[in-house]
Design a binder for this molecule. Structure first.
Ligand code: GLN
Ligand code: ZN
Length: 768
């Protein structure tokens, strides 16, 4: 039984690629040195996969930035503004597309970037224009194949994104132009690529993950012709169509009739598709079983895996079955052996990319009747230990969750009544001004946190230093004249990690990096057990801030959905249950903040939208539990306590009812870049509670003028009545510096003042 890998993390065990690329950008190393580093990494990664027991090694999965951008280069689909003159796309053009360029004339803007399906990896969105032409413009894949062979790796498989996925994920830059008109021309280049590699290898993996989405009929209809053309180009080589992140059952009819030689299924996310696919798989096709989780860090349950493999072997014969990870291993860290500080028991439940390759080998050997009995027995023991471990199970948490009743998901009065009480309680002016939470994270703040974390600073000194930053932030906000203040979040390095570190059930790796975009990597927290809050998490900081001012200070928390979406989650219970446990922990913090006298509490949920399932038919179920978790977290307070939430950088249109169902008293959203057009959604729906559409784009160092912000507010007032309108920036200010922040917020307060006065004048006139 053969094993293969669909792709491997490129960034390197110690983020070597990140470091090399960033040095190249800074001019510290030259192109040759960068290429040399990249080559070393590729060779290392092939060696590592090979030694762990992978038979068919992926080639072409390496990328200096992103594999979709690599395809754009291969197709010569470089947007005009980069002034590329044809022939091979060079590294400078490549990075210009990814990051834009600086220049006296303002430079050239980068191509857009967006999330790759429901992962936290971001790809560069292809751009299509009517006059565009396509021709083979990169020799990257051919070079890498040669490189692998020269190094003695002969059993290799080319990996490329499929043409339909490529066009589907792209965007037409001209409203009247249909990007699918380019499909034929694009497939011409694919034919050329395939013809160029077909003699070098036996398998060509073509990734079409869009097959797990709801697809319009016209897209479905295009597969047949495209794959017929590719089949003609492939000669003796074999094409494996790779799908992942869901099931392909809706498009089974199409896939089964394609002239392909192999099909890869994600059986971790969608094990139920195996039966129906086995029943219909044409005898010409090999089936690749995606059996170890490429998206999460848990070990595979080998007994369960073997059951599925056996089922497939019985139906097809072992020679038509191949084993792989569910998707590319890009989404998991490289090597668990690096983790020396994890609790050994918890660590024994995990597998990173390298360990996953080894798991595939063991499964294949087990089918081949090789002696792996000890390993299987050990796996069984580990699975059992995880299931029964007191580290995972907490009776108290489970009892509490079972005891929740419907009233815990509902505020004690509707918004209309809460509103009266909150007004009396808070006594805020019309058009109250506030911020989203974080203030500039200066070098001093970051170095203080670092010193404390590495033990170079005592707890006492750390608290004193943080209080100093809070004091400064509060004083500045008073000077600016804001109405609702915040403490500024200086103690937080990251909005999820900060809370994860204080909750039971979470652990953290030292080197568990995964690529987010380009050279940017993240180290997601891991939720391994029942989550609860051993003690208060934010109360001391917030009450300290409140002690410094007569104005209300907003408590600031991260919501349960965001905590869930930005972590590696447990795979031994539904996500909804894990989310509910987090919600319960946050509920207690919300209640403790209220008890400590905090009158306004904001619970951020920027990830609500990105947690949406890939298929529309699953949205309702997700939104239902997600919104309920938010409500569980926020409904335990008195009517006069005002609950805020915050969301940013996403479409609200199709989920607006659910946002309303969260029943926050106030929601702040990012809106300035779209010039408030986003508010149309809130108008059409008649959003019932209060809204603060952002009027200051925090991604730019530019200081918006008073007039500019007045005009944005006027636009907002056409949609939202003044009594329900808040004035705030788009998002947190942690990446800005103090000078811009002060100037911008002063203008913002000025803008609110101008409109406030206009309303007062009207009131006065009315009363005369
Ligand atoms: N309160 C957070 C901040 O201001 C919100 C960040 C976010 O929306 N991603 O930084
Ligand atoms: Zn935000």
């Amino acid at each position: 039984m053969l094993t293969h890998s669909l792709g491997f993390p490129r960034i390197g065990l110690h983020r070597e690629l990140k470091k090399a690329v960033e040095s190249f950008w800074k001019g510290e190393i030259d192109k040759e040195t960068l290429f040399q580093k990249a080559k070393e990494l590729r060779l290392n990664h092939w060696r590592l996969q090979h030694d762990a027991g992978i038979d068919l090694l992926p080639v072409g999965d390496f990328s200096f930035y992103d594999h979709i951008l690599d395809m754009t280069a291969a197709l010569g689909a470089v947007p005009k503004r980069y002034n590329w003159e044809g022939s091979e796309v060079d590294l400078d053009t490549y990075f210009a597309m990814a990051r834009g360029t600086a220049g006296e004339d303002g430079g050239i803007i980068a191509m857009e970037m967006t999330k790759w399906f429901d992962t936290n990896y971001h790809y560069i969105v292809p751009e299509f224009t009517p006059e565009q032409t396509f021709s083979l413009s990169s020799s990257k894949l051919f070079n890498e194949i040669r490189e692998a062979k020269e190094a003695g790796f002969n059993n290799i498989k080319a990996v490329i994104p499929g043409p339909l996925t490529y066009v589907y994920l792209g965007k037409s830059k001209d409203d009247n132009f249909d990007r699918w008109d380019h499909l034929d021309a694009i497939v011409n280049v694919y034919e050329e690529i395939i013809a160029g590699v077909r003699r070098e290898l036996t398998w060509i993996q073509i990734d079409e993950p869009i097959l797990v989405l709801d697809l319009p009929d016209h897209v479905r209809a295009r597969f047949q012709n495209v794959y017929e053309r590719l089949a003609k180009a492939k000669g003796e080589a074999r094409i494996m169509l790779a799908t992942y992140f869901g099931d392909i059952l809706e498009h089974k009819d199409i896939v089964m009739s394609l002239p392909i030689d192999g099909l890869h299924l994600d059986l971790v996310r969608s094990p139920y598709q195996l039966g129906p696919i086995l029943a219909e798989l044409p005898s010409s096709m090999t089936l690749s079983l995606g059996i170890v989780d490429g998206r999460n860090i848990w070990r595979v349950d080998m007994d369960k895996g073997l059951q599925m493999i056996t089922k497939a072997c019985t139906a097809l014969g072992a020679d038509r079955v191949l084993l792989g990870p569910s998707c590319s291993l890009l989404h998991v860290p490289i090597d668990l052996e690096e983790e020396k500080k994890l609790n050994p028991e918890i660590r024994s439940w995990m597998a990173f990319a390298k360990q996953k390759c080894f798991e595939l080998r063991v499964l294949a050997d087990a089918i081949d009747k090789k002696v792996v009995r000890n390993i299987l027995a050990e796996n069984r023991k580990i699975m059992a230990s995880r299931q029964n471990s007191p580290l995972v199970k907490n009776e108290q948490v489970q009892r509490e969750l079972r005891a929740t009743d419907e009233y815990m998901f509902k505020r004690s009065a509707p918004y209309s009544e809460r509103r009266q009480k909150q007004r009396a309680h808070l006594n805020l002016p019309l058009l109250p001004t506030t911020t989203i939470g974080s203030f500039p994270q200066t070098a001093e703040i970051r170095s203080t946190r670092r010193k404390f974390k590495t033990g170079q600073m005592s707890q006492e000194d750390y608290v004193r230093a943080m209080q100093g930053f809070i004091q400064d932030t509060v004083a500045r906000q008073e000077q600016i004249g804001l109405d609702v203040l915040v403490h500024g979040e200086p103690e937080r390095n990251d909005m999820v990690e900060y809370f994860g570190e204080q909750l039971a059930g979470y652990c953290f790796t030292e080197n568990g990096w995964v690529q987010s975009y380009g050279t940017r990597c993240v180290k997601p927290p891991i939720i391994y057990g029942d989550v609860y809050r051993p003690k208060t998490m934010t109360v001391d900081w917030i009450t300290y801030a409140q002690s410094l001012t007569a104005k209300p200070v907003k408590g600031m928390l991260t919501g349960p959905i965001t905590m869930l979406c930005w972590s590696f989650v447990r795979d031994d219970q539904p996500r909804s249950l894990t989310c509910k446990q987090i919600a319960m922990a946050i509920r207690k913090e919300v209640q403790d903040l209220e008890k400590a006298g905090v009158k306004i509490i904001q619970i951020d949920e920027p990830a609500l939208r990105e947690g949406l399932p890939l298929k529309r038919k699953h949205w309702h179920e997700y939104l239902d539990w997600a919104v309920n978790c938010f409500r569980l977290a926020t409904s335990g307070v008195k009517e006069e306590t005002q609950i805020h939430t915050h969301m940013c950088y996403c479409d609200f249109e199709d989920i607006i009812e659910w946002i309303a169902a969260m029943d926050a008293d106030v929601i702040s959203i990012e809106a300035s870049r779209s010039q408030m057009t986003l508010l149309d959604t809130f108008k059409e729906f008649k959003y019932p509670n209060e809204i603060g559409p952002g009027i200051y784009d925090i991604h730019s160092p530019r200081v918006p003028s008073v007039e500019e912000m007045v005009s944005l507010l006027r636009r907002a007032l056409q949609v939202i009545p003044a009594e329900r309108l808040w004035v705030n920036p788009d998002c947190g200010l942690k990446t800005r510096d103090w000078a811009e922040t002060m100037a911008s917020l002063k203008n913002m307060v000025g803008a609110a003042g101008i409109l406030r006065k206009e309303f007062q004048d009207i009131e006065r006139l009315k009363s005369v």
